[in-house]
Design a protein around this ligand. Structure first.
Ligand code: FE2
Length: 441
């Protein structure tokens, strides 16, 4: 499918400078929030424990053999409002021998899960949204071109789950509840029937300050068809975009569009690779290693990024997550000019110590850092962020932060490029001094 056809009628990249943000409040169904993210893997116990330890997200619930589920092993990690679900298949013949014991995740498929893990490695299968009515959300999506993955399934008269295709082998899962009065001590109430609580360790209270899922980014071959498809069936609007040329260096190797719901609390950026740059596009590298489109990164909001980073870095080489190399000192020298009015000298020093990047847009400031890919392949990674500014009041006078405050880090492409160049010049200067010293000797 070429870029010139396929939905180009309702979507065209215009670039950051020409993009005008409007919120038409065009959602096709009522979206409440991100609900959970499901990873498909071959061994859920190990994957869940690694993420729990590395991110400070306690294991809070399970559905496995011990709870009477012979179909799949599922473990839930939770911190603040974020829930990660890790699911792996049990023996298909064992589960076939217990036809009366159903899977707790009603859309689970042995074949699809096995194929997913073999093709993609560790990755995200489902982005789940809590919606007002999953049955209505599914019907509206299908009516507007979404490809059905699972029709609505009704669970114990309590919850409804349905799925549509998002991109690659990733699905958008809708979850809704019949009652608004959920029991937070019982995962079969606040999550799904069939899940039972797990005792958290009091010896190692794992909470490093991560609170909320901010955005979930997908890599696709071509933005045009992918954005048109999702926009059409969700009704989400374009919240931001930038193209390779915007960042000035042509080094980013990507074009990007962010879709958002009415409240701008569910942010779904998508990237496509750009070709002909000096270095190969990181998006193209992803697409090759992932064998197609999929989730590139999950951005998690911390309420204290310095604390979260200190805790995560302590565990980087003892089972936790490693981070991308920190920028050179020149980056932090320039940071005083860029964000000195928002961050104190001490905070800038802390950013440098922890390797945190800073960017801003016309509304607020973004502090961000990226892990290295979390699994074997150079595919999915995690971003930890804190957004500063953009505080608003709702109709009842309650304070909240506007979604996407401070942007997504576009400015860091050129800023990092500039600071690396400046840094390399200082190294060259040193080399000249060293070589002249040597020759003098
Ligand atoms: Fe991001």
């Amino acid at each position: 499918m070429g870029k010139s056809d396929s939905g180009a009628a309702d979507f065209k990249l215009v670039g950051f400078k020409n993009f005008v943000r409007v919120n038409p409040r065009s959602d096709r169904f009522r979206v409440i929030r991100f609900h959970h993210v499901e990873f498909w893997c071959t061994d859920a116990t190990n994957a869940a424990r690694r993420f729990s330890w590395g991110l400070g997200m306690p294991l809070v619930a399970k559905s496995d053999l011990s709870t009477g589920n012979p179909v799949h092993a599922s473990y839930l990690c939770r911190s603040g409002d974020i829930t990660f679900l890790f699911t792996a298949p049990y023996s298909p013949s064992i589960s076939a021998a217990h036809p009366s014991s159903p899977a707790s995740i009603p859309t689970f498929s042995h074949r699809a899960c096995r194929e997913f893990a073999a093709i993609h490695g560790l990755g995200v299968r489902a982005i789940s949204l809590e919606v007002e009515d999953a049955e209505a959300a599914f019907a509206a999506s299908i009516a507007h071109g979404a490809k059905a993955i699972s029709p609505p399934v009704f669970l114990d008269g309590h919850a409804v789950v349905a799925e549509v295709h998002l991109y690659g082998d990733v699905v958008l899962r809708y979850v809704s509840y019949k009652s608004t009065d959920l029991d937070l001590s019982r995962p079969d109430s606040w999550f799904l029937p069939g899940f039972e609580p797990m005792d958290a360790s009091s010896a190692f209270p794992a909470d490093y300050g991560i609170r909320r899922l901010d955005h979930v980014v997908g890599n696709v071959h071509e933005l045009g068809p992918a954005v048109s498809y999702v926009k059409k069936f969700t009704g989400f609007h374009e919240f931001a975009e930038f193209i390779s040329a915007d960042v000035g260096t042509l080094e980013s190797g990507l074009n990007s569009v962010v879709l958002a719901n009415n409240d701008e609390t569910v942010l779904l950026p998508m990237n496509e690779p750009v070709f002909g740059t000096k270095r190969k596009s990181q998006i193209q590298t992803y697409l090759e290693h992932n064998e197609g489109p999929g989730i590139q990164h999950l951005a998690l909001v911390s309420d204290d990024i310095f604390r979260t980073l200190r805790e995560m870095r302590r565990r980087s080489f003892v089972g936790g997550f490693e981070f991308m190399p920190s920028p050179p000192p020149t980056y932090y020298r320039n940071l005083n000019n860029r964000a000195g009015d928002v961050l104190s000298d001490e905070q800038i020093k802390e950013c440098e110590e922890l390797g945190i990047l800073v960017d801003r847009d016309d509304q607020g400031t973004l502090l961000q850092i990226f892990t290295k890919p979390v699994g074997d392949r150079p595919t999915i990674f995690i971003e930890i962020i804190q957004r500063v500014g953009c505080m608003m009041k709702d109709d009842e006078g309650k304070e909240y932060q506007k979604g996407g405050c401070g942007g997504f880090g576009k400015g860091n492409f050129s800023e990092l490029f500039k600071s690396v160049e400046e840094y390399e010049k200082t190294l060259d200067a040193r080399r000249v001094v060293e070589s002249s010293t040597t020759s003098a000797l």
